[in-house]
Design a protein around this ligand. Structure first.
Ligand SMILES: C[S@@+](CC[C@H](N)C(=O)[O-])C[C@H]1O[C@@H](n2cnc3c(N)ncnc32)[C@H](O)[C@@H]1O
Length: 193
């Protein structure tokens, strides 16, 4: 497995990251329940959710990169898994649990890598988890796929997310978007169609 590339300690003071966490927590708090998130050693997203009233037992974090550090640091009631997000999602065969809110806060591009495939993660998430009314957010690295026009990768990612969710019975309404330092953050309100 490649080394964890996310410099979480540097990002703790990054106003973009602070703002994205604030937006995610603010929109999520209307839908109390389970939250599936990618969080790092600084637990910025966990803290943001806890601050708006989520219990630690509502938070699920798959992270094989910094599992050991997180395990030592986090409240015991948080569900922490030593697996990739995709493997976590795929470990469920059916509608055995639901999530209200999710933030797939990736470090890499939307097209993914050997270890991480955002397209599959999103398709499987909406197929398997019956999110009902809630929030879905994503972050990914931009700019590598602008073959034909500017922001092509962002527009294509947005289209893929909405279309994939729609095919599984959900309507996504864009509730926020932010571009910073080569990253794209998008957040949607999810409802059943
Ligand atoms: C961008 S950071 C999360 C930052 C956090 N949400 C915050 O706002 O501070 C993503 C974390 O999840 C890990 N990660 C990235 N892709 C992952 C994947 N596909 N499955 C599990 N963990 C992943 C990274 O190594 C990193 O520790």
């Amino acid at each position: 497995m490649s080394k964890e590339r996310y410099e979480s300690k540097e990002r703790i003071h990054d106003r973009n990251k602070i703002l994205c966490n604030k937006i995610f927590a603010r929109l999520s708090k209307r839908n109390k329940g389970k939250c599936l998130i990618l969080d790092a050693e600084t637990l910025q997203t966990t803290k943001a959710l806890h601050k708006v009233g989520f219990k630690y037992s509502d938070i699920i974090i798959p992270n094989p990169y910094c599992y050991k550090t997180l395990k030592k640091r986090i409240p015991k009631t948080i569900e922490l898994y030593d697996v990739f997000l995709g493997d976590y999602i795929n470990s469920y065969k059916g509608y055995t649990r639901t999530f209200k809110n999710a933030w797939f806060d990736y470090c890499g591009i939307f097209e993914g890598s050997v270890e991480c495939n955002p397209k599959d993660d999103i398709a499987n998430y909406f197929q398997k988890y019956l999110p009902s009314k809630g929030v879905f957010a994503i972050t990914f690295k931009t700019g590598r796929n602008a073959k034909d026009y500017l922001y092509q990768d962002i527009i294509e990612a947005d289209c893929y997310i909405q279309e994939t969710a729609y095919q599984s019975g959900y309507v996504l309404v864009k509730a926020g978007q932010r571009f910073y330092k080569g990253m794209c953050f998008m957040i949607y309100k999810v409802s059943e169609r």
